[in-house]
Design a binder for this molecule. Sequence first.
Ligand code: HAM
Length: 436
Amino acid sequence: MTIQAPEGTRDLLPDEASYWDAFYSIAKDVFSKYGYIPIYTPQIEQTELFVRGIGEATDVVSKEMFTAISGENLKRLVEGGSIKAKSRLSLRPEGTAGVVRAVVQHDLVPQGAPPAKLMYAGPMFRAERPQRGRQRQFNQIGIECLGADDPTIDAEAIIMLMSFYERIGIERDSMRLLVNSMGCENCRPAYRDLVHAYLAERESELCDTCKTRMEMNPLRAFDCKNEACAAIMESAPKITDHLCEDCKEHYGQMFGLLKRAGLDFVEDPSLVRGLDYYTRTVFEVQAISSQSAQNAIGGGGRYDKLTEEIGGRATPGFGFALGYERCVLALQDAGFQFAKAKKCDVFVACASPDVRMDAFDLVQQLRAIGRIAEMDHQSRSLKSQFKLADKLDSRLVAIIGPDELAQGLIKIRNMDSHEERSVPINEALAAIDGEL
Ligand code: HAM
């Protein structure tokens, strides 16, 4: 039996791979205008980083992390031994914890420095049950801004993300932007206690997962898909009624800025997100046209306590990540046709095997002037070289024949108009370049 890609992973075949590249180029173009520059952190980090950063009680950390054990350590465990904490490694389930770790480790935001505005892209890993739009390895593009708690940071990042979606072709009115505030260390504990008390009164009606959530992380009950729990949570106390004055002010300013920018959004006090590091602003963007249950194409928020959780000095932060695969599904569901990757500008065909060296030279010269050039590498007949040029979608075919070559000429055929002309070989490069 042939070996298949692991469940919940996908190959980005060449046409789609060029979309991933295009999305990242667009993201760099849009985000760089706001001062974001790339950072690349490892795909594997100490497990402890995610436990402390994302939160031990979250589904992401408690159930979905892929933990990696070296062969040597596996042997140690099998033999009943233990392994050092720093040797416990996990594949990153998201990008924020690693970027924040790098900011702290390399002191990228020294006292008094302007905020560090960082962007990243790459694969993330979560051992979730695979379904349409939910994979075990998926690609994210994200940003993190560390060093400023002003609501202008939150608002400009959300505006920037919405312009990215539009640039890739997702229309503004086919997206829903949900925003909420999660409060801070001053107001959230009391709110959490309120939700706990509310759930405790209705414990017998809750699903088993929510019974556990009630003790571990009562706010997660807002995310329960169970109908009875969802009905109970509709009447649960709303965080926005329990924010402290500072959080209220921050939230008000943030959505005032979104309104000034003409963004439509929905205030959703039940938006709690699945990661524990959030404080104040949280948001999510959903694709309305999506045919998947997994319609969140991106989300993020503020995390003013995360640097301290992982042992750094207090540094406020804000960020988001968008899911590449879910954006592609949203576009496909809206009927968007993906263009094929461009394979060839000009195919250099040989009318006889004697001219292969000349064809080889011309192909190299064409590549040197920036053209995608190809020739036959499988001793095909002239007829099948034309078929190949057609398959590669080549705009032009340059035909080198021994007779023409003896006269210092080369033929150029336009595959769209089928017109053919002979040009002097020393003018071939300029003639081909001019016709493309
Ligand atoms: P998240 O909401 O967990 O946030 O993920 C962001 C996006 O990644 C989701 O909206 C979705 O599009 C995509 N995504 C998540 N899980 C999967 C999956 N299993 N399969 C396919 N796509 C998926 C974060 O990851 C935070 N780090 C965002 C953030 C950055 N917050 C602050 N800074």
